[in-house]
Design a protein. Structure first.
Lengths: 201, 201
DNA sequence: ATTCGACTATTTTACTTGAATGGTCGAAAA
DNA sequence: TTTTCGACCATTCAAGTAAAATAGTCGAAT
């Protein structure tokens, strides 16, 4: 890897740690620069803006998540199993986002949010991945052929929706390990019965 | 109905109209008083605080919603049909809340929100109603006996979660008639397949 | 028992100002 | 040429403040 790329990585890593602890707005470029023992101005040699740096951090997490899912897709397993695994992985990724301070009310709902486009892109990617799983299930005869075309979307919305409850608690500073366990359980059960509902038998 | 009760009703009605248009904070007691041709101080004869007046408005809507559901529960119908009807009624009620300006980000998430307790109470009531439907389904042999005890809660969370997407769009001023139709469709389909999944056959 | 004008206390808003911070630039170093 | 950074600028943000708006009170009038 080139020297330039290595330094980029180091900056991203330092930024990631800071952002994970304090969230986007509470981290200054000076602090990140200090972590990698550079002047602030030097960061701007690698990243045009602070937002851009943050985007790079998130994008790395995202691509790792997507890679994980694609690995799951490649396995020799039933569509149901893949779906269950998908839900589990998604929850894990979600927790990373929480750590990145990306899931505060304001970051999610604020129109001007710099995260909005990122989320939209991820949603599109997820939809594609889910569609693959469902198509596979239909083609193999595991799922009913009558499944509506927008079922993947609905499934995704259900997952996103369940998540919101945790975000809400999180913003009331009431979220703890317990809450996540509960969410995990809810997602699993919901998935389980949805799968039962769409199976052919 | 007593004279006093009638005036209370009139005040609640005037308040409802104002709140529906402008939301809680953008309505002054003077305006409401003007609508019913009274002095502001007179309102305080009937309602101790502005919040209390608002609570009365919401409580009326809520009790109407619950009454609707209870009517549905009393019908001679399968648990599945009742569940479907429940979802439909819930969406209708939800739209009323939107009109009352109760579903902005701030009113939902703000810890200090005066609506919080109201929502919590409603949630508890809904849970009881849903439990009845599911128990009925299990006892009649329509639903599987293996249904987890917290399935009603999960079902409610799914409905609540799906709603969030619309709230989000609503806060971005992007919600329109179309969006609601979409939400209705999503809820119906999700309910349909969840029912399939929990049925005995 | 009910109404309301006049009053108070509190909250909200609009504005100011100084500090913090994102971002720029040209010179220096490697 | 590529990379670094000190010094600088422009913008944003926080804290404070004064004025306006508004929730809520009270005693007199009906």
């Amino acid at each position: 890897m080139s020297d330039e790329k290595l330094k980029e990585k180091a900056i991203i890593e330092a930024a990631r740690n800071r952002f994970a602890h304090f969230g986007f707005s509470k981290v200054t470029m000076d602090e990140i620069a200090g972590d990698v023992e550079m002047g602030k101005a030097s960061l701007y040699y690698y990243f045009p803006t602070k937002e851009d740096l943050f985007r790079s951090v998130v994008l790395e997490e995202q691509s790792e998540f997507v890679k994980n899912i694609e690995e799951i897709l490649g396995r020799h397993a039933s569509a149901s199993e893949k779906l269950n695994e998908y839900v589990a992985q998604r929850l894990k990724y979600f927790r990373d986002l929480v750590n990145l301070g990306m899931l505060s009310v304001h970051s999610i709902f604020d129109i001007k949010s710099i995260f909005k486009k990122l989320f939209e892109d991820l949603g599109k990617q997820e939809l594609i991945l889910l569609k693959k799983i469902f198509d596979e299930g239909i083609n193999s005869g595991e799922f009913t052929k009558e499944l509506p075309g927008d079922f993947p979307k609905i499934f995704l919305h259900i997952l996103q929706g369940l998540r919101f409850r945790v975000i809400k608690l999180f913003n009331e500073h009431k979220a703890n390990e317990e809450t996540y366990k509960e969410l995990e359980s809810e997602m699993k059960i919901a998935t389980q019965y949805l799968i039962k509902g769409i199976k052919c038998n």
